[in-house]
Design a protein around this ligand. Structure first.
Ligand SMILES: CCCCCCCCCCCCC/C=C/C(=O)SCCNC(=O)CCNC(=O)[C@H](O)C(C)(C)COP(=O)(O)OP(=O)(O)OC[C@H]1O[C@@H](n2cnc3c(N)ncnc32)[C@H](O)[C@@H]1OP(=O)(O)O
Length: 280
């Protein structure tokens, strides 16, 4: 698989429809960076950004903007509810044992709802790569439904807490970033958090996921779950244990691509760098 470049991220799927995210749009990123770095907010550049945001919103259309605003507010609220439930659980019980069971319904609902993100890319109302979003969302869905939901003995592993905390902090930041951007009132702290927290949270989350899959391996091998053995009338076989091994191995080429994609986004949004890379 080739590297996902900025060009790919922008060109995969339908033609990107610009969003009303003035502070992160490529065209104005450099202006933002300079005014933010010196702590001022130049009147001229502010007016220019506002104008650009308004014209982008017009192009995106009222319905799409309204839907995305609702979606992002709902997701921010959902992950906030999850964060509060986790903190309350830990303060009351003093242990992580039973934490997953207590929050699983909320987690499953909001993480499954995130499948819509792939739809948003496909129909072109967000300018993100279907491929990048697809890998990100499907790996989460896989962790929620095919690992933690299906393999009960691993639900109390510390590694589950690791990815739950990483996901939760990430999503509260990310969805509030999108919401405030759509409303044209993006506090710099949220933007900073969106493009800095992932530096630590991404590897921590991925470590949590990999350790959880690793912990699941003995149960999967012993139970033979989700596996199809020969002989059968369709003459097909599938071994979930080996599927998990392959999935773990696939993190090696895929995770760096997501991570470097985010680093490029960070350079573009926070430092106004135009990252031009050759497609492989
Ligand atoms: C079947 C089994 C499959 C298994 C596969 C296994 C392999 C898996 C390997 C990798 C596994 C990763 C697992 C994940 C773990 C974690 O999440 S750990 C916790 C830390 N995680 C993160 O930090 C996640 C970071 N990821 C993301 O933010 C995204 O998911 C992303 C897709 C990578 C983001 O990329 P991108 O969208 O390109 O960045 P943005 O800058 O945010 O957005 C680009 C533009 O699009 C606009 N936009 C996007 N979404 C919205 C929205 N909902 N509403 C409004 N606008 C949106 C955004 O504002 C940008 O617009 P412009 O400013 O105009 O560019």
């Amino acid at each position: 698989m080739g590297r996902w470049t900025e060009a790919e991220a922008r060109s995969a799927g339908p033609p990107p429809t610009p969003l009303p995210l003035s502070s992160t749009s490529p065209g104005c990123a450099a202006t933002m960076a300079s005014s933010e770095e010196d702590g001022t907010n130049g009147g001229a550049s502010e007016a220019g950004e506002e104008k650009e945001a308004t014209s982008k919103r017009r192009r995106l259309g009222f319905l799409a903007t309204a839907w995305l605003t609702f979606y992002n507010i709902a997701m921010t609220a959902g992950w906030l509810v999850l964060a509060i439930a986790m903190v309350r659980f830990y303060m009351e019980k003093g242990t992580h044992r039973g934490l997953y069971k207590s929050i699983q319904k909320t987690l499953k609902f909001f993480q499954t709802f995130a499948l819509l993100e792939i739809v948003h890319c496909l129909i072109g109302i967000v300018p993100t790569s279907v491929l990048v979003t697809g890998v990100q969302v499907s790996s989460r869905i896989f962790m929620v439904w095919l690992i933690t939901h299906s393999i009960k003995p691993i639900q109390n592993e510390e590694s589950v807490v690791l990815f739950l905390v990483s996901w939760t902090v990430t999503e509260i930041t990310r969805y509030s970033f999108y919401t405030f951007s759509l409303l044209d009132h993006l506090p710099y702290f949220i933007k900073w958090a969106r493009y800095n927290f992932f530096i630590i949270l991404y590897p921590v989350g991925v470590a949590g996921e990999l350790l959880t899959i690793y912990a699941a391996l003995p149960y999967v091998k012993k139970s033979g779950m989700f596996s199809i053995r020969l002989p059968n009338k369709y003459n097909v076989s599938f071994d979930y244990y080996y599927f998990l091994l392959i999935t773990m191995a696939s993190y090696i080429p895929l995770f760096p691509q997501l991570y470097f994609h985010m680093l490029r986004q960070r350079r573009k949004v926070l430092h106004g760098e135009v990252v031009v890379e050759k497609d492989d």
